[in-house]
Design a protein around this ligand. Structure first.
Ligand code: SF4
Length: 309
């Protein structure tokens, strides 16, 4: 896929995520995706982070990867070429690129003899990309960063890391806007704050890295053509830091006690591990050796769930 820029508070360096992103022995690491897993269901967190159970590619998550890649590469073009027509032509090459990098995604269409299912799926990706142009005009934007790997370590020793889809910096004031694309629909009224948690997580990391609270957090929901915006302040981000510290304590407790409770919800419909889940009559596999170390050394993960997409 596309190259990713890296900024971390340990080295202050920039590179690609092909390099070791500033490993810090003994630190505990949390990403927004895995934090969301634990908040959704502790057992799901265990399956993904400790057991590291493989998950088959899903059409939604894979489409999310393609759409994100197109929106990232779009800004490599001169401004006048950032048109809906040009963006639509970028979808198929991104799919070919992904297929070459991750041949397993080809399983999605292994039964699609006449290619009609893949054509429909590619058209749905195109719909999402075209909808982006109804929400923003990329010809007047020059992002400071795209697919930015960020990482910082809090005083508690908890290391936070993740990928920011886009970071804009205002030319006149230097103010930061954090942008994340979602291919799903915007959350129902009353659930916006939960959706904004990921953005506060990034805002906290960027505050620690740059010493500057981002001015605006912006979630772009291509599935429903909506934008969710939030202006954080220092008090917000301190509260986020406390919440993450408490979350990490809960994860450590679950690890120490070998106690990962299932928490059934409507998200179970997207869970690949129902057959192993006691809530559905299953039995989890034995925990791997060195569970604590495994839990503490989570690798950055690709977009694998509706939360990420
Ligand atoms: S099926 Fe539901 S309760 Fe069970 S692990 Fe998955 S998300 Fe958790």
């Amino acid at each position: 896929m596309t190259a990713r820029t890296t900024i971390d508070s340990e080295s202050g360096s920039r590179g690609t995520d092909d390099a070791n992103p500033g490993a810090l022995p003994g630190a505990f690491t949390l990403s927004p995706s895995r934090a969301a897993d634990f908040m959704t269901c502790p057992l799901l967190y265990r399956f993904r982070t400790i057991d590291r159970l493989p998950e088959p590619p899903s059409p939604e998550a894979t489409r999310g990867t393609i759409v994100h890649a197109v929106l990232e590469r779009l800004f490599e073009l001169p401004a006048e070429q950032r048109t809906p027509e040009h963006a639509a032509t970028m979808i198929r090459p991104e799919w070919d690129r992904l297929l070459e990098a991750e041949p397993a995604v080809g399983e999605l269409f292994s039964d699609d003899a006449d290619g009609s299912a893949m054509a429909t799926w590619l058209r749905s990706a195109e719909d999402l990309v075209l909808r982006y142009f109804t929400l923003e005009n990329p010809q007047v934007l020059e992002p400071a960063e795209r697919e930015l790997y960020v990482e910082t370590t809090l005083d508690s020793g908890l290391r936070l890391r993740g990928y920011v889809d886009r970071l804009d910096r205002a030319a006149a004031t230097g103010e930061l806007r954090v942008v994340d694309y979602k291919t799903g629909r915007a959350p129902r009224e009353g659930f916006e704050q939960r959706a904004m948690f990921q953005m506060r997580f990034y805002a906290l990391v960027l505050w620690r890295l740059y010493g500057q609270v981002p001015r605006l957090l912006q979630l772009i929901y291509l599935g429903s053509s909506e934008i969710l915006r939030y202006e954080p302040d220092e008090a917000d981000l301190r509260a986020t830091e406390r919440k993450l510290a408490a979350l990490w304590q809960a994860i450590r407790r679950a690890t120490d006690n070998r106690d990962w409770r299932p928490s059934p919800s409507r998200l179970c419909d997207w869970c690949n591990h129902q057959a192993l889940c006691p809530a559905y009559g299953g039995t989890p596999p034995p925990l791997p050796e060195a569970t604590a170390d495994t839990a503490a050394d989570e690798a950055p993960s690709p977009r694998t769930s509706p939360v990420d997409a």
